[in-house]
Write a protein that binds this ligand. Structure first.
Ligand SMILES: CC(C)(COP(=O)(O)OP(=O)(O)OC[C@H]1O[C@@H](n2cnc3c(N)ncnc32)[C@H](O)[C@@H]1OP(=O)(O)O)[C@@H](O)C(=O)NCCC(=O)NCCS
Length: 322
């Protein structure tokens, strides 16, 4: 453990805050303490109720009087109750640098262990102002060293429009772009059947595997000679941020760049709305990683990667996390 510098915070300065597990819903005042995507979970704390995705949130909080000062939030999937995902850790500016986030994470680990969770994992972004501090906290708490998971770039539609591929994109002869949410049910079921009979779509790019509630404005499909042969499926992860979850065209169309006109159609649909786009590409798809690195990264505001850490949890020590 590194020595503390003179004047550095001590355990005593953390104890000026009241910390503990959140045993009842956290109201409006706590909304700013986690990402917008996870805010609905705060209202479920302590109720035993599951989220629409079937997970149960667990949180450890710090207060100064009534004022929220820190929040560490995790969720436990109903389908895998021995595992938990750390969703966010946040400490208000004035309370930072005193070991509070580390204490909140320790408390949360104990809350999870009491529920029978044996492994906790977390995924976060590189290159953000908080990345180094977060990695130091994980190190202090004995998590595994960070491992790269996915390549992430974020751009505005206007930045994307400056790329050469955006300007040169051409639909394949006879190709028609359509709004994904208008795909008739029977065609959707037909896609599922064709994949079941003879798989031709990587599993994580299957439309039915990439999550419900797609963003209607920016999700589009490609029809060629009557067949659905490609899609760009997106999710609105924050009011002004669309995640490109699954971008795919049939293999024989990939080399001619048939994905580009789909991306262009999608991005044009949100141009001028103030919405930004985030592309998350798994190392599993080298062609897409190359595209992102060469054709998108030079033009855009953020390029980084997601990193993952995990930790095995033993039974909590007596009194830990109180
Ligand atoms: C990251 C954050 C949670 C840290 O909270 P905190 O209470 O200050 O954290 P702690 O004091 O427990 O620990 C921080 C550690 O990181 C170190 N650290 C802080 N900034 C650092 C930096 N830029 N580079 C390297 N280490 C750094 C600290 O020195 C400390 O380590 P030490 O105890 O060995 O000295 C806080 O800064 C924050 O809320 N930032 C915004 C986070 C956010 O957006 N969260 C959502 C993402 S999950």
């Amino acid at each position: 453990m590194p020595a503390r510098l003179p004047g550095a915070p001590t355990e005593a300065s953390v104890s000026t805050y009241q910390t503990g597990e959140a045993t009842s819903p956290l109201g409006e005042g706590w909304a700013g303490m986690t990402f917008p995507l996870f805010r609905p979970l705060l209202g479920l704390l302590g109720t035993g109720q599951a989220s629409p995705g079937g997970t149960r949130p667990v949180a450890h909080v710090a207060r100064e009087g009534d004022r929220p000062v820190g929040l560490a939030l995790a969720e436990v999937p109903g389908s895998a109750p021995a595992t938990a995902e750390l969703l966010s850790v946040l400490v208000t500016g004035d309370a930072r640098g005193r070991g509070l986030a580390t204490a909140l994470l320790a408390g949360l680990e104990a809350d999870l262990a009491r529920r029978g969770v044996t492994t906790v994992g977390g995924v976060y972004m590189s290159g953000k102002p908080f990345t180094a501090a977060l990695e130091r906290i994980f190190e202090k708490r004995g998590f595994t060293p960070p491992q790269v998971r996915k390549l992430v770039v974020q751009c505005t539609p206007e930045e994307a429009a400056r790329t050469d591929w955006f300007q040169r994109a051409r639909l394949p002869e006879g190709g028609i772009v359509f709004p994904w949410t208008e795909l008739p049910r029977d065609e959707y079921e037909g896609l599922k059947r064709s994949q079941a009979e003879r798989p031709w779509i990587p599993q994580i790019l299957e439309p039915w595997s990439c999550g419900e509630h797609v963003d209607a404005a920016s999700s589009v499909g490609l029809r060629l000679h009557g067949d659905v042969v490609g899609w760009v499926i997106t999710h609105r992860v924050a009011p002004l941020l669309v995640r490109y979850t699954a971008c795919f065209v049939r293999e024989d169309l990939q080399a001619q760049g048939a994905l580009f006109p789909l991306l262009v159609a999608s991005i044009e649909n949100i141009m001028g709305t103030g919405t930004a786009c985030t592309f998350v590409t798994s190392n599993q798809f080298p062609r897409m990683v190359r595209f992102t690195q060469r054709r998108l990264a030079p033009f855009i505001s953020y390029c980084g990667e997601t990193r993952g850490v995990t930790k095995g949890l033993g039974p909590p020590a007596p009194g830990e996390g109180a």
